[in-house]
Write a protein that binds this ligand. Structure first.
Ligand code: DHB
Length: 389
């Protein structure tokens, strides 16, 4: 096959890029080792920034997010057993939408079908070759095991946090931060306990009360990184969540049947540069953030918006030098989001080696953020998404 842009990875980053390129008159082929069903059933975060929603709607992916998503005009930060609302509309005039990543994927996959896009799920033995030549390629086997060769002008690695395309960037520098904890996540059958998300700091660690629908809720609590899902009965999970959410302000956490439980990985990572020759990285392939603040998907969408603009310059207007713009433009947002995700994480999680000073300082920080419109406005601006660069 011959195409203009070969994309490794057909998750939200790869498919959104293919969609934006199609609108610019550029054709692409996207491949993914996973099946469409497998991606559809991988639970990920559920919060879209204002501009992520606009991108879905304004570029005609789907307006389902507006019909089936839930607009949230704020969140609560809870500590010492009391919730403090951060009012996004009041502070920065913006909202976020609760709309799960799996639905974003379904909408993008349907839009690719509608527009006749070439997306190949379930491929095997994927390799990228000749990344510095003017005819790079993707080699793989299709779902029937038949060898495929896709030659293109530009290659994109949108193959997630365990990216193999990243390893082609031989001059890369990698920046990491590990955390001494992870998240235990559940999906349960219960009514919502509150109209908005609750980010909670307790002496036993962080907890997040999120939602999916009027009947299904998503919740998380901080746990050790090596926690075993099977060690947690429903009773133990509810006991832990109730203890972390307890307070005198009348909040009551509604329980229900637990449908799924899993332990989520947790780290900060950036790969620089995000380009090598004619290969460009996007989304988790180039950077991951800890989940606190739900920036992962939003960052991936911001990357591909920049990348689509750059590729239009290169492919339609013949301005090859535009490739140099990608890394600095994408990384400017990435590092702001790295800071925000790190900050939300450290402000709300309990660290095993925290001193009494550290604990009181952390509570002072939460008081400063929630007690001041200036402090809260930074959180609101970052959470709802910085304006486009
Ligand atoms: C969800 C996940 C997050 O990491 C977050 O900060 C907010 C919401 C979620 O899955 O609903």
């Amino acid at each position: 096959t011959r195409t203009q842009v070969g994309i490794v990875g057909a998750g939200p980053a790869g498919l959104m890029l293919a969609h934006l390129l199609h609108r610019a008159g550029i054709d692409s082929v996207a491949v993914d080792s996973r099946s469409r069903e497998e991606i559809e059933h991988t639970h990920r975060a559920g919060i879209l920034e204002r501009d992520s929603v606009r991108m879905l709607v304004d570029t005609d992916v789907s307006d389902r997010v507006l019909r089936e998503g839930y607009q949230h005009e704020g969140i609560a930060l809870r500590f010492n057993g009391v919730s403090h609302r951060i009012d996004f509309q009041d502070l920065v005039g913006a909202s976020v939408w609760l709309y799960p990543q799996t639905d974003v994927f379904v909408d993008l996959a349907n839009a690719r079908d509608r527009d006749g896009g070439d997306v190949r799920f379930g491929v095997g033995d994927t390799r990228v070759v000749d990344t510095t030549s003017d005819r790079p390629g993707i080699l793989c086997t299709d779902a029937d095991g038949v060898e495929q060769e896709i030659r293109c002008d530009i290659l994109v690695g949108a193959d997630g946090s365990r990216s193999m395309t990243r390893h082609e960037v031989t001059d890369r520098r990698q920046y990491h931060r590990e955390y001494p904890f992870a998240w235990f996540g559940i999906l349960c059958e219960a009514p919502p306990s509150a109209p908005e998300l609750i980010y909670t700091r307790s002496d036993r660690g962080f907890a997040l009360i999120s939602q999916r629908t009027d009947a299904i809720q998503r919740m998380y609590f901080q746990c050790p990184p090596d926690e075993k899902v099977d060690d947690w009965s429903s009773d133990r999970i509810w006991g832990e969540l109730q203890t972390r959410l307890a307070g005198e302000d009348g909040f009551s956490l509604k329980e229900g049947r637990i449908l799924e439980k899993s332990v989520l990985p947790f780290r900060s990572f950036v790969c620089e540069p995000m380009r090598y020759g004619n290969l460009l990285l996007a989304g988790d392939a180039a950077h991951t953030v800890p989940p606190t603040g739900a920036k992962g998907l939003n960052l991936a969408l911001a990357d591909v918006r920049v990348l689509a603009e750059v590729l239009e310059q290169v492919i339609v207007r013949g301005k090859r030098e535009a490739l140099d713009d990608y890394t600095p433009r994408a990384l400017a947002r990435v590092w702001k989001a790295q800071h925000f995700s790190y900050w939300m994480t450290t402000m709300l999680h309990a660290s095993g080696d925290a001193s009494e000073f550290d604990v009181r300082r952390q509570l002072g920080e939460l008081e400063a953020v929630t007690g001041s419109a200036h402090g809260a406005a930074y959180l609101a601006e970052a959470y709802t998404g910085w304006p486009r660069a």
